[in-house]
Design a protein around this ligand. Structure first.
Ligand code: SF4
Ligand code: FES
Length: 265
């Protein structure tokens, strides 16, 4: 991929003469209800830097490319190794994690925007609460209260365990929601990640005891019927989770459950 590092002389950036810089365009928003404005920055280049390093450079020296003092850009990050999902944003228009986005692989100026699917808190920070509400709705956990004294639960076979492990790597980053045309302000669709988590917990030997609750949640408003099978989710998931397989499997489980419920009425 093309790398277009520029010198301070070539870009007019406020960096020592001859210093290579990274050029960025950042969407700024001071408050949830404030208008969005774009601000340009040129930060000193270092080999191997990622987008978080660029944001840290702006934080250390909050001066824009025009040489004006400005408020430091705010963002969210935690693990710095693509595990927590907190730093997810649009980088050059593509949803991904800032901590694993290397400057050398990006065309400059690099544009940074918050995900559009979630309400913006400030600058690059969004509120992903709707995802956590969806996890609550589908009961994405294994109830263990009172089971400690019963000894170890049933073992999963290795193939099932490996399948479940991949599903368990979901980091609630929201990339699958951002890429999905069926997740927007006018639909309550919970999104691929939540359907996949229902599959994970239904596949657990103890979790399966409450499978019907998750299936009923998936049959609710905003559930699996809202999936349009666009398959964008599986293309953008940074963890390689087989989301379309999960959707197909949960469709199967939901349909079986619905038929059984009808027959036993
Ligand atoms: S399924 Fe993948 S893209 Fe969606 S929230 Fe989980 S990790 Fe992110
Ligand atoms: S900081 Fe955790 S995924 Fe980037």
């Amino acid at each position: 991929m093309a790398t277009t590092m520029m010198t301070a002389a070539g870009s007019g950036a406020a960096a020592p003469s001859g210093q290579q810089v990274v050029e960025l365009r950042v969407a700024r928003q001071d408050r949830p209800d404030a208008a969005v404005r774009w601000e340009e920055f040129a930060v000193p280049y270092r080999k191997g830097m990622n987008i978080i390093s660029c944001l840290q450079a702006i934080q250390r020296n909050p001066v824009n490319k025009a040489g004006q003092a400005t408020a430091p850009v705010v963002w969210e990050s935690n693990c710095l190794e693509e595990v927590c999902g907190a730093c997810t944003m649009l980088i050059n228009g593509k949803v991904r994690q800032a901590c694993s986005a290397l400057v050398d692989n990006l065309i400059q100026p690099i544009t940074l925007e918050p995900c559009h699917t979630f309400p913006v808190v400030r600058d690059l920070i969004v509120d992903r609460q709707r995802m956590f509400e969806s996890l609550k709705h589908i009961k994405a956990w294994v109830p263990i209260d009172g089971t400690h004294d019963l000894g170890p639960g049933p073992k999963m076979n290795e193939a099932e365990r490996q399948e479940a492990y991949v599903l368990s790597t979901c980091m609630t980053c929201g990339a699958c929601l951002e890429a999905c045309p069926n997740v927007n302000d006018s639909t309550p669709f919970i999104g691929a990640f939540a359907i996949s988590q229902a599959r994970l917990f239904n596949s657990h030997p103890t979790g399966a005891l409450n499978a019907f609750e998750r299936l009923e949640a998936l049959m609710d408003e905003g559930g699996i019927a809202y999936c349009g099978n666009d398959q964008n989710c599986v293309r953008v998931c940074p963890k390689g989770i087989p989301l379309t397989d999960s959707i197909a499997e949960m469709n199967r489980q939901v349909n079986l459950y619905a038929i059984k419920s009808l027959l036993t009425k």
